[in-house]
Design a binder for this molecule. Structure first.
Ligand code: BEZ
Length: 341
C-alpha cells in the first residue's frame, strides 16, 4: 500500500515536471513562456535616439516584422525611440546587463568606446552615401563589429542616416578659410572634433535638442548635420546656407546584448541575424532614397544649396587626420585601403 502511494506520488511529480518544462522558455525579459510552434517565445526590446519618422526607427519596425515572420510569431520586438530608455551611455549599460536586448547606437557615441569606429569619420573618404554604404560589406567594417564582443555586445550591422554636410547662418563652404573661427555644432566624437579643429573652426559638441535654439540665438554659427535630421528638426528656419560637403558619413551601429544572444538556440540566433540583415538592407536603400528626397524638400523651403565638388583645399588636413588614425588603428588603416579600391 505504501509502495503504491509512493509510485502515485512519483507519477504525479513526473507529470508536474513535464508540464513545467513545456511551459518554460526564456523570453528576453526573463519571463517563462512556451510556444506550441516548437520553440521559445521572446519579446525583445530595442532602443535608439531618433524620432519615429527617422529611417533608423523605420528600420527597427522592419526588423520587428522580419523577426515575427521568420520565427512564426515566436519573436516580437518592442521599440523605444527618442532616448525613452535614457542616453546612449545608459543604453550601453543596459545592453551589458541584458535588460535591453538590442541598440541602434550612433557610431559617434560608439567611436568614443571603440577607436576603430572612427573609420567612418575619416574626412572626405566618400563622395556620396552610395559609396559609404558599400563599405558596410568591407572586411574592416566586419572587424569593427566583431571587436565589440569585448564590450559584451554582439555587433550585427551598420545602417546610415545619410552623409554629413555643413549648414551655416552665413555663407557657404569652399575651403577651410570659410570655417575659420566659426562655432560649428558637432555630435561628440574624437575624429569629427579633430577634423574641425584642424580646419580652424570651433567644434562645439551639443545634443540635437539644443541645436535649434543655439542656431536661432547665434550661440553657434553652423552645424555638421545629415539631411534627414535637418529636415526633421527644421534647422533651416534659423540658418539657410547648406553646403553639400559629404565630409563624413553617419552610421548607426546595431548591437545585441551578448547576454540575450547567449540565451538563444543556434537556430534562433540565425533567425535574429537573418531578420536584422533583411531590415538593414532595406534601411540602407531607404536612406539613399531619402538623401535625394530630403534635398528636394530643403530646396522647397528656400534653403540655398551649394555642392562642394572640389575638395582639394581640404586635402592636406584630411590626410593628416587619416594618417594619424590609421597609425592608431590597423582596422582604420585597412578600412581606408579598402575604400580606395
Ligand atoms: C546628431 O546628434 O547629430 C544625430 C543623432 C542621431 C541621428 C541623427 C543626428
Amino acid at each position: 500500500m505504501k509502495k503504491m502511494r509512493i509510485m502515485r506520488l512519483l507519477v504525479m511529480l513526473s507529470i508536474l515536471v513535464i508540464i513545467l518544462s513545456a511551459c518554460s522558455g526564456n523570453n528576453a525579459n526573463g519571463d517563462e513562456k512556451s510556444s506550441e510552434k516548437g520553440g521559445d517565445v521572446y519579446t525583445f526590446k530595442v532602443s535608439h535616439v531618433t524620432q519615429e519618422s527617422h529611417v533608423w526607427h523605420q528600420t527597427a519596425l522592419k526588423f520587428g516584422e522580419e523577426l515575427e515572420k521568420l520565427s512564426d510569431g515566436r519573436m516580437k520586438l518592442e521599440i523605444y525611440p527618442a532616448s525613452q530608455l535614457g542616453l546612449e551611455k545608459d543604453m550601453a549599460q543596459q545592453l551589458e546587463t541584458g535588460s535591453l536586448d538590442f541598440g541602434f547606437l550612433t557610431n559617434a557615441y560608439m567611436s568614443t568606446r571603440q577607436d576603430s569606429l572612427n573609420a567612418w569619420f575619416m574626412p572626405f573618404t566618400f563622395k556620396n552615401l552610395e559609396e559609404a554604404v558599400k563599405m558596410r560589406e568591407s572586411e574592416a567594417a566586419k572587424q569593427m563589429l566583431e571587436d565589440l564582443n569585448s564590450q559584451g555586445l554582439v555587433g550585427l550591422d551598420f545602417i546610415f542616416a545619410g552623409n554629413r554636410h555643413i549648414l551655416m547662418k552665413n555663407g557657404h563652404v569652399s575651403s577651410p578659410q570659410d570655417l575659420k573661427g566659426k562655432k560649428i555644432r558637432i555630435i561628440g566624437s574624437p575624429a569629427i572634433q579633430e577634423f574641425l579643429e584642424k580646419v580652424g573652426a570651433g567644434p562645439t559638441a551639443m545634443p540635437l535638442s539644443e541645436v535649434y535654439t543655439s542656431l536661432q540665438t547665434g550661440v553657434i554659427d553652423g552645424i555638421d548635420i545629415d539631411l534627414d535630421a535637418l529636415v526633421t528638426e527644421k534647422y533651416y528656419e534659423n540658418a539657410e546656407n547648406l553646403t553639400l560637403t559629404n565630409h563624413i558619413t553617419f552610421p548607426s551601429v546595431i548591437v545585441m546584448s551578448q547576454k540575450t544572444y547567449d540565451k538563444l538556440t543556434t537556430e534562433d540566433q540565425e533567425i535574429v541575424k537573418k531578420a536584422l540583415k533583411a531590415a538593414a538592407d532595406w534601411g540602407v536603400q531607404e536612406a539613399i532614397q531619402r538623401e535625394n528626397k530630403n534635398l528636394e524638400e530643403l530646396k522647397k523651403h528656400g534653403v540655398k544649396v551649394k555642392e562642394l565638388t572640389d575638395t582639394s583645399a581640404f586635402d592636406s588636413i584630411a590626410k593628416e587626420v587619416k594618417d594619424k588614425y590609421a597609425e592608431k588603428s590597423p582596422v582604420i588603416k585597412k578600412f581606408l585601403e579598402e575604400a580606395k579600391q
